[in-house]
Design a protein around this ligand. Structure first.
Ligand SMILES: Nc1ncnc2c1ncn2[C@@H]1O[C@H](COP(=O)(O)OP(=O)(O)OP(=O)(O)O)[C@@H](O)[C@H]1O
Ligand SMILES: [Mg+2]
Length: 454
């Protein structure tokens, strides 16, 4: 009998017997892909759930104990996962090709296999290639099993045989289920493989890390459903030519999503950067105009980063504006505030702004340093190199309070800076650390006057 094929939306999983240009359920264009559903008799028998799990329970009577977490041996990764990987959780790691996903996961395999049994399944590299990389990273533990395999059934069998506590699947796009007829990487295959592996993770209490490829647009390849299915989605980002890599959680059922982990890619693998401020500020120019140090919060962590600007006379009638590492619209808004509220005529000037170290800032607290960096670039006067500032700028040119002022101030002092400019409203109730001078300001004009008028 010929098996029935259906078409499935790769965004929302909507199924239809015929191909459609636009998904009637989620409205996405060109998202339908063909796949053959598993016939009921071919489906693996599901073990019946325990009776207590299937009965409705009173919320007051549900027995909770703290979820057990495994430390991955990398503090930066543990923080992003909310304090370690929860036993039996399902984590998806996405990232551009070559950013270092396999390297990161092989390294955590190395540190975890000292105490636990770990299985690393690769569908992309041969066992020899894996061994070569492991040698380079100094990973060689008897409890670490390497398996070059792509058939999900064989992977589940290996999990049953070895009973590892941690399993890495590199990558979900290369594995396939023998009972689904479509090619590996297709919507149907990803869906079925992920479901089989998830069942395996939940039933046996195994933690599984899946590597996921990203599309040209930078989102995870495959059905959106995959992201719904897993407990955590983390992205590994970084500019190809810069050695810093940032790990960011975009979904986490067991913790917050605004923590980041910072790593540096070296010959010997990824090194953790526990002190990103110092790393980001190394090689900072001294006494140059157009440079201002900001203090931004990445999750619960204050980070000092440098914002640089160049302002030159416009070469064409329409001035050129370029922004790297900062929201473009926000930068245009700040330039308008500078022109209107501080009298800096930027309309005849080309302006360029950059956040050094490949960092991307998305916090209003970086408004004040951004504005000061442009003003310093325009006036061609350097800002005091001992000064760090933060504060949100409003459209009337007022400075507004930002959160976590005390934490930012402590970090500024810890790194060794002596002056801090901040919104007046944020300075209330602050315990000023020894050796730090605070400069509370109310408006952008006042801040510029204080920093640049001499
Ligand atoms: N011999 C080497 N010495 C130093 N760095 C290396 C070496 N080999 C690889 N690298 C670094 O490791 C990176 C590749 O890392 P990795 O293979 O972990 O990436 P990936 O995210 O798994 O990529 P893919 O999506 O292709 O699997 C390279 O971009 C390079 O920076
Ligand atoms: Mg890889």
């Amino acid at each position: 009998m010929k098996s029935k094929t259906v078409f499935c939306c790769s965004e929302c999983g909507y199924e239809s017997p015929k191909w459609m240009g636009k998904c009637p359920h989620c409205g996405t264009w060109n998202s339908f892909a063909e796949f053959t559903p598993v016939e009921p008799e071919k489906q693996p028998a599901r073990p019946s759930l325990k009776r207590s799990d299937t009965q409705p329970e009173r919320i007051t009577e549900i027995d909770i104990h703290d979820e057990e977490r495994l430390s991955t041996g990398m503090e930066e990764l543990d923080r992003v996962l909310g304090g370690g990987a929860v036993l039996g959780s399902f984590v998806l790691v996405g990232g551009e090709p070559g950013v270092g996903k396999s390297t990161l996961l092989l390294q955590i395999c190395g540190s975890m296999s000292r105490e636990h049994t770990v299985l690393y399944v690769s569908g992309e590299e041969s066992a020899r290639q894996l061994k070569l990389r492991a040698n380079r990273l100094g990973v060689n533990e008897p409890n670490l099993y390497m398996y070059a395999q792509t058939r999900v059934e064989d992977i589940v069998e290996a999990i049953d045989k070895i009973s590892p506590e941690l399993v890495i699947i590199d990558s979900i796009q290369t594995v396939f289920c023998g009972n689904v007829d479509s090619a590996p990487g297709s919507v149907g295959q990803i869906r079925e493989s992920a479901q089989t592996l998830m069942r395996c993770a939940k039933e046996r209490g195994v933690t599984i890390f899946l590597v996921g490829h990203v599309t040209k647009e930078g989102t995870l390849a495959g059905p959106k459903m995959l992201e719904h299915m897993v407990d955590c989605v983390v992205y590994f980002e970084g500019e190809r030519h810069l050695s810093y890599r940032i790990l960011r959680a975009v979904k986490n059922r067991y913790g917050s999503t605004d923590e980041i982990g910072v790593f540096e890619m070296r010959d010997s693998g990824l090194c953790q950067v526990p002190n990103p401020s110092e790393a980001l500020l190394s090689g900072r120019p001294r006494g140059s105009s157009g440079s201002c140090i900001s203090c931004i919060m990445e999750g619960s962590r204050p980070i000092l980063a440098e914002i640089q600007s160049i302002v030159t006379t416009a070469t064409f009638s329409a001035p050129r504006r370029m922004v790297v590492g900062f929201d473009y619209n926000r930068a245009m808004l700040l330039m308008a505030v500078l022109e209107k509220r501080a009298g800096l005529m930027l309309s005849g000037c080309d302006s360029y702004m950059n956040v050094t170290g490949g960092l991307r800032i998305a916090e209003p607290a970086a408004d004040l340093p951004a504005i000061l960096s442009i003003a310093s670039g325009m006036r061609d006067r350097a800002i005091d190199e001992e000064l760090v500032c933060f504060g949100e700028v409003g459209l009337t040119g007022e400075l507004r309070a930002v959160n976590s002022a005390q934490q930012r101030i402590n970090e500024i002092r810890r790194i060794g800076f002596k002056k801090c400019m901040l919104p007046f409203a944020s300075a209330k109730g602050i315990v000023v650390p020894d050796g730090l001078e605070l400069y509370p300001v109310r408006t952008v004009a006042e801040a510029i006057e204080l920093c640049l008028a001499r």
